[in-house]
Design a protein around this ligand. Structure first.
Ligand SMILES: C[S@@+](CC[C@H](N)C(=O)[O-])C[C@H]1O[C@@H](n2cnc3c(N)ncnc32)[C@H](O)[C@@H]1O
Length: 304
């Protein structure tokens, strides 16, 4: 983890916020309410977040879980340094949401509401997916900007393993195979094709994950029912000769990802890559660059 990646995760929050699909979010809250009622007042709803990073999605999960009085929330990430930033972000966001930080340790935060019945225990664990996880323990499995980093089939296999028989799976901002920059550039096609290919390569990800997840969970015999799904594209547009928040840095980082990932492609001549990057960076400096990444949100319920 480096400071640049941490700043990128913070910069993407405003982009994330605009992108989330409102219909999926409201269905998720309603489904969490039903689940919490089934569990009853004496049993906390158990939530597992994978790839939690620096806690950027915690406000989203707090909203989703608003109807659940007692929550045990396990935030996990492969990068243990990010979890420290995650703990600070969770405490900050809780206070903004009217909760009180009642106790805080190195890898643990207890949040309480004004109503003493509301209590959220958050623990932070270094863990990789697939890795080890208690079978059938969790009521909800949540992840944001995550499942495209893993190979096809990883999400449903993991959900089957960790979720209780009526558990919920919620994924937001999963990349779905299309990147677009504006204005159009004659070299977009080879550059972006190479960028998407790199997500499979050594990284072992799935640039089609957004749509694949919907298909996998919807398939007959999947053991899940899709409750809601919809587009949640990232869109960044220049405004007033600049970019909102820290979104210029967000775009600069995205161009950095493209530069890094396409640099190792023997099929892409160096001068082609350099020309495209020089032009795109100039457009960014001039606040003329716009960006869209196709993504999808998904909510499903386990049915056995
Ligand atoms: C794009 S970031 C998203 C972070 C956070 N969910 C957000 O939206 O701000 C992806 C995160 O997944 C973590 N990660 C990548 N591969 C992983 C794996 N196999 N298991 C667990 N975490 C992983 C990375 O360390 C990183 O923090």
């Amino acid at each position: 983890m480096n400071a640049g990646f941490l700043r990128y995760l913070a910069a993407k929050r405003t982009v994330d916020r605009r992108a989330l699909h409102p219909g999926v979010a409201s269905r998720a809250t309603a489904a969490a309410r039903r689940l919490s009622e089934r569990r009853g007042p004496s049993r906390a709803v158990r939530v597992l977040e994978v790839g939690s990073g620096a806690g950027g999605a915690f406000p989203v999960w707090l909203e989703l879980l608003a109807p659940c009085p007692r929550i045990e929330f396990v935030a996990t990430d492969a990068d243990s340094d990010l979890l420290d930033a995650g703990r600070d972000a969770v405490s900050r966001c809780a206070v903004e949401c009217g909760l009180v930080v009642a106790a805080s340790g190195t890898r643990r935060v207890r949040l309480e509401g004004r109503n003493p019945a509301r209590r959220i225990e958050v623990v932070f664990r270094t863990a990789s997916v697939p890795g080890e996880a208690a079978a059938g323990r969790f009521d909800l499995l949540v992840a944001q900007s995550f499942w495209d980093l893993l190979p096809p089939g990883a999400a449903i296999a993991y959900a089957r393993r960790v979720l209780a028989p009526d558990g919920l799976f919620c994924s937001t901002l999963t990349f779905a195979g299309e990147t677009r920059f504006e204005p159009p550039h004659g070299l977009d096609e080879p550059i972006l094709a190479s960028y998407h290919r790199s997500m499979r390569g050594d990284r072992g990800g799935d640039p089609r994950a957004g749509d694949r997840l919907v298909r996998d969970f919807r398939a007959a015999g999947s053991g899940f029912r899709v409750l809601a799904e919809g587009p949640s594209d990232w869109r960044v547009l220049p405004v007033d000769r600049g970019y909102p928040g820290d979104e210029r840095f967000f775009l600069e980082t995205i161009l950095g990802f493209v530069a890094k990932e396409t640099g190792a492609d023997p099929a892409l001549p160096g001068p082609v890559r350099r020309e495209w990057l020089t032009d795109r960076r100039r457009q960014l400096d001039e606040a003329r660059l716009a960006y869209r990444a196709r993504q999808r949100d998904l909510l499903t319920e386990r049915i056995g």
